[in-house]
Unconditional design. Structure first.
Lengths: 231, 130
């Protein structure tokens, strides 16, 4: 089993030390750093890629969720907190698991199992390439990220739209969202992932790519605007 | 570990949930002593913040510090103390002024003192035991 590179972001020393002990005992993760606040963690994460974050929610300065809003890629996340009320936010942020402090070693291992069972491949390695391969018409077809305008859900299938062609393949938006390059692509609606570099304009709750109107979910609109350079 | 105690079980203060402690750390008494010691240091610091937050009527700060203190009692098996501090944290979420929570603050202050005393005593006994 591939070891995951992780960091621990936790302001309480006893909790951070306990988590480190669990990580070392498991021999399944490499702890690359420990940070007591969001600012110091972001400084590290903006210049280093890790597979997994053990993330506290309430810390001095900013919250763990604010860190997730500001990180430029999508590592796996296990939240560690003493409040269950964050479970709903955790769901929204696609957090892999939620450990209520103090947790037992067995519970810690269950959380790692969930992550490693879902995806043997570390998250960033699968989505950092500048191209993807899709299965269509019985072939594996290479699509450069730069050629993809957007991806549209069609039930159990998705449609990859480029300037010249459309490719239909068996997949889901949810699955693609986790695997596709996060620097260029973003889910803007439950049925659409778009290439951020291809947006022509945005009007109210819709955006336009190559003359095609694409809806933006109300709850994702603010996130979309955050990803754009607006002067 | 003190060879004389190699096969003995440490008897914790009755207010410390022994089963909880063993579920977290098994019988690693050296590590348990480290956890108690580290928690005591954090509690000393946070108790100061707790008092000053109350005295300056800063409810958000009071809520933050209780949130930080709560797991310290969880990690050290003082589960009743943890529950009491969780209730106080909840009170802070809904309180508009410290005058509404004075009685609970006084009670919790005493409880924190008691928790620190228990941990200090057990930490000293553990150090002799190992």
């Amino acid at each position: 089993m591939t070891k995951l590179n992780c960091v621990i972001i936790e302001d309480l020393k006893v909790a951070a030390d306990y988590l480190l002990r669990c990580c070392e005992k498991s021999d399944r993760v490499n702890v690359k750093g420990q940070f007591p606040d969001v600012d110091s963690a972001l400084e590290y994460l903006n210049s280093n890629t890790v597979d997994l974050l053990f993330l506290d929610v309430e810390m001095p300065g900013a919250t763990g969720f604010e860190l997730l809003d500001n990180i430029s890629y999508k590592p796996k996340v296990i939240l560690t907190t003493s409040k269950e009320k964050y479970a709903y936010n955790a769901f929204q942020y696609n957090v892999a698991d939620f450990l209520k402090k103090p947790f037992t070693y067995n519970r810690f291992i269950e959380a790692l199992d969930k992550i490693q069972a879902n995806d043997e491949m570390p998250a960033d390695k699968s989505n950092s390439a500048n191209h993807i391969f899709i299965r269509s018409d019985g072939k594996l077809i290479r699509l450069n990220n730069d050629d993809i305008l957007f991806i549209e859900s069609m039930g159990d299938y998705v449609k990859f739209v480029t300037r010249d062609k459309k490719y239909v393949t068996y997949n889901t938006i949810k699955n693609l969202e986790e695997k596709i390059n996060n620097d260029h692509f973003m889910k803007v609606h439950r049925s659409y992932i778009i290439n951020l570099l291809k947006i022509d304009d945005i009007r109210e709750n819709d955006l336009f790519i190559n003359g095609i109107e694409i809806p933006i979910s109300k709850n994702l609109r603010a996130d979309v605007l955050k990803r754009l350079t607006i002067l | 570990m003190n060879p004389a105690n190699a096969h003995k079980k440490f008897i914790f203060n009755e207010k410390i949930d022994e089963a909880h402690i063993y579920s977290l750390y098994e019988h690693d008494y050296t590590y348990i002593a480290e956890v108690f010691n580290s928690s005591l240091e954090s509690l000393k610091e946070e108790t100061g913040h707790f008092t000053s937050a109350y005295e300056s009527s800063d409810i958000p700060a009071l809520k933050r510090v209780t949130h930080k203190m709560k797991p310290l009692f969880g990690f050290t098996g003082l589960l009743h103390h943890e529950e009491m501090i969780a209730r106080f944290e909840h009170l802070c979420e809904n309180a508009s002024s410290t005058s509404n929570i004075t009685i609970q603050y006084m009670e919790l202050t005493e409880m924190i003192k008691e928790g620190r005393r228990i941990l200090k005593e057990d930490c000293n006994r553990l150090t002799e035991f190992i």
